[in-house]
Design a protein around this ligand. Structure first.
Ligand code: NAP
Length: 289
């Protein structure tokens, strides 16, 4: 039987598409909106309803989830002329808006305050995990907001993820997410440098990756990225430009360590070389040893 809670979904990129698909598969009625309208077609064929703009998504839903590129995109969808909080938002008192994009903690606090001023409820819920966990419904969901709103969202988080954690008020989820992505950057950079250094001394990437993956240093990430490195193909699961954004947000949020500045420069340089739309692992193409 169909679940009664009506879901709105805005943002059908690499992450939003599989996540919204999982809610549809779980039986939720889902109304969708994506800026590039053609990306909606697959979900419409799977039973989703298309709305003309974010305000219409809200009119058709009890809970609206956004999964968008960056702070500017989320602000445009909340505050734009046909945005979630445009003029008739007061007719939707008590509805819940959940932003699952990775944005600055300050942006989450701002979104929370403008949403609540309009009489709606807000949660931030950025995720750890890339496209495969999004497809499998095994994301780790990092929540900031009130316990009451968290309880309302929990049935959806159980479809989208293997675990959700309420970390504090708005901003706490984003802060945890940025710390996690700092470590992601360090690990990707380290893996690339180790493979290239070994290669410089005659060790094949294949042998080096076997040594890493079979030893204590192998982890989910090194195993996930091994085939990309060996095939020298980097289709975006997590686009490099998004990590550049996240490292910048982390710096703005106070990250100032020995490794943070060179790491940020390295990923910025790769982005400037045109690798932004490729996967984060494409950093290996821009590192000189
Ligand atoms: P993506 O594939 O680049 O998709 C971005 C989405 O945002 C698209 O739907 C895009 O619409 C929309 N968008 C961008 N600017 C917009 C604007 N001004 N107004 C309205 N819509 C706009 O990104 P993604 O990989 O799905 O990531 C989404 C978020 O999750 C990001 O914050 C990212 O950092 C975070 N994240 C990603 C991963 C990952 O592995 N990919 C993992 C964890 C967290 P169009 O289709 O029209 O371009």
């Amino acid at each position: 039987m169909e679940n009664k809670l009506r879901i709105g979904w805005i943002g059908l990129g690499n992450m939003g598409m599989p996540m919204a698909t999982n809610l549809l598969k779980a039986g939720y009625p889902v109304t969708i909106y994506n800026r590039s309208r053609e990306k909606e077609n697959i979900l419409i064929a799977a039973g989703a309803i298309s709305a003309q703009n974010p305000a219409t998504v809200l009119a058709n839903a009890d809970i609206v989830i956004t999964m968008l590129s960056n702070d500017a995109a989320v602000k445009a969808v909340f505050e734009g002329p046909e945005g979630l909080l445009s003029k008739d938002a007061e007719n939707h008192q008590g509805k819940l808006l959940i932003d699952m994009s990775t944005v600055a903690p300050a942006t989450s606090r701002y979104l929370s305050s403008i949403t609540e001023k309009s009489g709606l409820a807000f949660l931030e819920a950025p995720v750890s995990g890339s496209v495969k966990p999004a497809q499998d419904g095994t994301l780790l969901i990092l929540v900031g907001g009130s316990p009451e709103n968290y309880e309302k969202a929990k049935p959806l988080f159980e479809v989208l993820g293997k675990m959700s954690l309420l970390l504090g008020g708005p901003g706490f989820g984003s802060s945890a997410k940025l710390a996690n992505n700092y470590l992601l950057g360090l690990q990707i950079q380290g893996l690339a440098e180790a493979v290239l250094f070994a290669q410089k001394n005659g060790i094949s990437p294949e042998n080096m990756l076997t040594i890493i993956n079979e030893g204590a240093l192998g982890n989910g990430l090194s195993k996930l990225k091994t085939s990309s490195i060996l095939q020298e193909q980097f289709p975006a699961a997590f686009a490099l430009k998004h990590l550049v954004k996240d490292l910048g947000l982390a710096k703005d949020a106070g990250l100032e360590t020995v490794l943070s500045n060179p790491l940020i420069s390295s990923f910025k340089e790769a982005n400037d070389q045109g690798l932004g739309e490729e996967d984060v692992m494409a950093i290996i193409k821009s590192i000189k040893i």
